[in-house]
Design a protein around this ligand. Structure first.
Ligand code: NAD
Length: 513
């Protein structure tokens, strides 16, 4: 594929075992196994990568620790300047990197480009932030005393990322951590290492131009074993892990056992509530984008649609007209709205979920087929499904990372819908479609949605970087990206200074030797 070969060339990701021989702090190729990366779009081999060994990992940590000694002394606004240049390089490479994201992961090109735009946006955000890492000052209870809080860099931050946002999630963490003075070790998903390698090349140029050691931004290509080494490693001050709840429990346990810091961004089971007072035209696009966008492989994908009984048949009928006509195909084809699933395991999970939910009493209304024939030879293309179901079904309670939308009916007031929406173990994203203020405010109230994200007349997926992103319950409780999420990448210190000639104790305690 000439187009992809050009992209790999432009991004410095050459055919066989690309990046690591070029002096990245990854640690070399000796001894590890290799992994072939095939595109889910057409099954073609894109490249073969070397997987790191524990010895490679150690070298990377050592490089990161050395780089930290330099980086923490660079003033924060100057660190911001390096991030600004990285943002500019991402702008230059947006088209190529967006294409590679699309081809390696399978999301449509528009979403691949959107992902790179998100990286650019977070760079801009981090540049501004580099001059705003404020602490508070407070009045001391003692005379001639001053008190304030300041934030210091943490040290080495480990970022473990998932396949579905192969580069954006890394940038959310890394650009903030970088302006905070931390150094980062990134372990991308073993399913999507090539986009990570491309990012490392882009960054390497910016670092070299500023004479910054490469160990500030480190990449390690490995699987769960390397992720586990990172989680258990006392040298890594913070682990930011994005992925399944199963993975998050293991990482959380390992980091907790050594009393390290963790930021967990795990699975969702997101719902849209559509009330009697919803604007259906507006809602439909949000529902379909949420349910089938990225082929149902977003952490914020819409998995449940909770519809008031008065609108139920109408909503069902409209969706059943849209679903059979969704353009499913190659993600780089501009007419495609639904690309492939990441691999055949994901297809099996899709099939199993549909089978089980029907055994539990669900009714498959549309979709559910695995496509075959021309253009679909990989066996990774599926027809998005809608299933009439009840919230308590075991499969409805699970996050199946595939395009299955469960249609659930509610009756009575909005509180009944909210109870259903909250009645799952996960708590990432939620949304309500209603033009009634009483309903929307109830949904947003503290007795309303229990999720980290609650939207009104917007779907569950497609967050902006300006707000803190993350969720509650089994979603892990972490927050990253905008707002004051930066604080997790720093350690807080309270300082009290006595500029008098007496030594009064706090709380008026008298103690004289
Ligand atoms: P996954 O859990 O299989 O893998 C995620 C990452 O964790 C990979 O890099 C993997 O190598 C690593 N890993 C796996 N086991 C590990 C272990 N024991 N110790 C350390 N690292 C380990 O997830 P996936 O299939 O790549 O991604 C899909 C999942 O990610 C979904 O559940 C989705 O909801 C979730 N996700 C959440 C968010 C969010 O912000 N909340 C964003 C994107 C994806």
């Amino acid at each position: 594929n000439k187009e992809i070969a050009d992209v790999l060339q432009q991004l410095g990701v050459k055919d066989k075992n690309p990046a690591y021989s070029t002096g990245l702090s990854w640690g070399g190729q000796e001894g590890g196994t290799t992994r072939s990366i095939h595109s889910p779009a057409d099954g073609n081999l894109i490249a073969t990568v070397h997987m790191a060994t524990p010895e490679h990992y150690d070298k990377v940590v050592e490089a990161a620790q050395e780089a930290f000694k330099v980086w923490r002394k660079v003033p924060a606004p100057k660190r911001g300047e390096v991030v600004r240049q990285i943002g500019n390089k991402l702008r230059e490479h947006k088209e190529a990197l967006g294409k590679l994201v699309s081809y390696e992961m399978g999301k449509i090109l528009q979403e691949g480009l959107g992902e790179v735009q998100e990286m650019i946006d977070i760079c801009d955000f981090a540049v501004g932030l580099s001059r705003q890492l404020h602490g508070f000052t407070m009045h001391s209870e003692r005379p001639e005393h001053r008190m304030y809080e300041q934030y210091h860099p943490l040290g080495v931050v480990g970022v473990i990322s998932a396949f579905n946002f192969p580069v954006a999630v890394w940038s959310w963490n890394t650009m903030l951590a970088a302006v905070c003075g931390d150094v980062v070790i990134w372990k991308p998903s073993e399913k999507t290492p090539l986009t990570a390698i491309a990012c490392q090349h882009i960054i390497r140029d910016a670092l070299a131009e500023n004479e910054i050691p490469e160990g500030v931004f480190n990449l390690i290509i490995g699987d769960a074993e390397i992720g586990s080494l990172m989680s258990h490693d006392k040298r890594v001050a913070l682990i930011s892990a994005t992925g399944s709840t199963r993975m998050g429990k293991k990482v959380g346990e390992a980091v907790g056992a050594r009393l390290g810091k963790s930021l967990l961004e795990l699975g969702g089971n997101n719902a849209i509530i559509l009330t009697e007072n919803a604007d259906l035209e507006m809602a439909l696009n949000a529902i379909v984008f949420g349910a089938v966008g990225t082929c149902g492989q977003r952490c914020t994908s819409t998995r449940r649609l909770i519809v008031h009984e008065s609108r139920y048949e109408q909503v069902k009928e409209r969706l059943l007209k849209i679903y059979p006509n969704l353009p499913i195909g190659h993600p780089l084809d501009s007419t495609t709205l639904v690309g492939p699933l990441i691999d055949k395991d994901a297809v099996s999970a899709f099939n199993n979920a549909l089978e089980k939910v029907q055994q539990e009493g669900g009714t498959l209304l549309t979709g559910g087929d695995v496509l075959s024939g021309e253009g679909y030879e990989t066996g990774t293309y599926v027809k998005p499904a809608i299933v009439e179901a009840e919230n308590h079904y075991e499969m409805v309670q699970e996050e199946t990372f595939a395009p299955i939308l469960y249609l659930i009916k509610y009756s009575g007031e909005v509180e009944s819908a909210i109870e259903i929406q909250n009645g799952v173990r996960q708590g990432l994203s939620s949304a309500i479609f209603s033009t009634n203020l009483l309903e929307t405010e109830t949904f947003l109230g503290h007795w309303g949605s229990d999720c980290g994200i609650a939207n009104v007349n917007i779907g569950t997926s497609g967050a902006e970087i300006g707000g803190a992103f993350g969720g509650e319950k089994e979603t892990g409780g972490g927050r990253e990206s905008g707002s004051d999420a930066w604080k997790v990448y720093m350690r807080r210190q309270t300082n009290t200074i006595n500029y008098g000639r007496e030594l009064p104790l706090a709380q008026g305690i008298q103690f004289k030797v």
